[in-house]
Design a protein around this ligand. Structure first.
Ligand SMILES: Cc1ncc(COP(=O)(O)O)c(C=O)c1O
Length: 433
């Protein structure tokens, strides 16, 4: 360099305030904190993750599932070896490569006609939610969500800079009076709802509430984004999803294989059969947007899920059966353990209450004190039990004194011990206990 001094370069340091608000939002910090505290207290019993039970993973043979799907490609779709390889290893169609299997399974399980052209296979339900909001909502549209709601929907709205309004969950789905008021005050385009054992509230909507919500959607000219993540975990007495009751085309149904299959495959789907003036259906628009986001869902992940569907005689309900049994066992066990160790939820004087859902992964507990990160830290460090603070699930200012208990991931012994530890924490922190 002929002795010339190198110019002084100050390494770039980005201003957090200049990043998109979704990158620095406190709700993201709440989830990071939860992961971090689980890592710091590995021996604590954790009621935090709403993850599938890992005993099911032992029965999964990826190679056999892919083989099963490949045999299907050869025999039913009559693909030669080169076409089979291309289907699995090449970029693929944005719509996905298992829509035929999925359409047949949904039609079989839900007893309704499903055209494969109304389906899009997505990278988990999460991408399905994001695509649906992106296609349906413009800048001035507001997204209504049942409050509290899965952080994935409020997070997706935030990524898209869409305003969100919370509609309180009155225990049987969204409060329709509050929905009407929200529609009068804002340009609400969609309402997100999870009718089957919602995350985090555990609410399951009755059949009557489902019909009333569909009628309200028609009256208010809304589209309902139905999240069916926990639907097939309900067991034999499950209720029809909103989509199966939807005669007016008001429902976009989002599903996932994370709870009934393998979350690591990252496969979900959207059923969007609404005709679009000028041609096609809503699913086509979702495919167009998907082609600019993830291009296509991994064909290898789809092959695993395709193999699972084939292995269960083309039925999602059959695929879910063993899991539904285990999840119901765990939930029954958790509710029993809470009664044994904490007491009966009704008629307490100390302000500790909880719901007793009959399915799903979650129990919502209310405390007379704040269920904040400081209490969680104390709970983990001194009592060896973890749970999820509910604050981040609320759009409004609710949830400060609520926590979520998930039981999907634990054994009955861990549930028992976890409930006993939680009871000790509650005795020490709730004034009247
Ligand atoms: C209600 C709900 N919807 C969607 C998802 C995300 O599903 P996926 O893993 O398929 O993106 C979850 C995950 O926990 C959930 O609880």
């Amino acid at each position: 360099m002929d002795g010339a001094a190198a110019p002084l370069i100050t390494p770039l340091r980005l201003d957090a305030g200049a990043l998109h608000r979704s990158a620095t939002h406190p709700d993201a910090d709440a989830m990071t904190f939860l992961n971090e505290i689980m890592a710091r207290y590995p021996d604590a019993i954790s009621f935090a993750p709403g993850a599938p039970h890992e005993s099911f993973f032992g029965g999964i043979d990826i190679a056999a599932l892919v083989d099963r799907f490949v045999t299907y490609l050869r025999e039913s779709r009559r693909l030669d070896e080169q076409a089979v390889r291309r289907t699995l290893y090449q970029y693929g169609p944005s719509r996905g490569i298992i829509v035929d299997l999925l359409a047949a399974a949904l039609a079989h399980d839900l007893g309704m006609p499903v055209d494969e052209r109304s389906l899009v296979v997505t990278v988990g339900a999460q991408e399905g939610l994001l695509l649906t909001l992106r296609v349906l909502c413009g800048g001035a549209d507001t997204v209504a969500v049942v409050d509290p709601s899965h952080v994935g929907i409020t997070g997706a709205a935030r990524l898209l800079d869409l305003p969100v309004v919370g509609i309180p969950d009155h225990g049987d789905g969204p409060d329709l009076g509050r929905l009407r008021a929200a529609c009068a005050a804002h340009r609400v385009r969609v309402l997100y709802v999870a009718p089957d054992y919602a995350n985090p509230g555990g609410t399951r909507m009755s059949l009557t509430a489902r019909h009333e919500l569909l009628a309200a959607a028609d009256e208010l000219d809304l589209l309902l984004v139905e999240d069916g993540a926990y639907a097939f975990t309900a067991g034999p007495d499950d209720l029809p999803p909103l989509k199966a009751l939807d005669t007016a085309g008001r429902v976009v149904h989002v599903g996932t294989f994370a709870k009934i299959g393998v979350p690591g495959a990252r496969v979900g789907y959207v059923l969007a059969d609404q005709p679009v003036a000028g041609g096609g259906v809503l699913a086509d628009a979702l495919c167009t947007v998907k082609s600019m986001l993830t291009v296509n869902t991994s064909p290898i992940g789809q092959a695993v899920i395709g193999g699972l569907i084939l292995q269960h005689d083309g039925s999602l309900r059959a695929l879910a059966r063993a899991k539904a049994t285990l999840y119901r066992r765990n939930l029954t066990h958790l509710l029993g353990a809470l009664r044994r160790h904490v007491g009966a939820p009704a008629g307490r004087t100390d302000g500790v209450t909880w719901n007793e859902p009959d399915g799903g992964f979650f129990v919502r507990m209310r405390l007379p004190v704040e269920a904040d990160p400081a209490l969680l830290e104390r709970s983990a460090g001194q009592y060896g039990v973890l749970w999820t603070p509910m604050r981040a699930y609320y759009v409004g200012d609710g949830g400060a004194r609520e926590l979520r208990l998930a039981c999907s991931y634990l054994s009955p012994g861990e549930i028992d011990e976890g409930a006993a530890r939680l009871a000790r924490l509650l005795t020490d922190v709730c004034p009247d206990r």
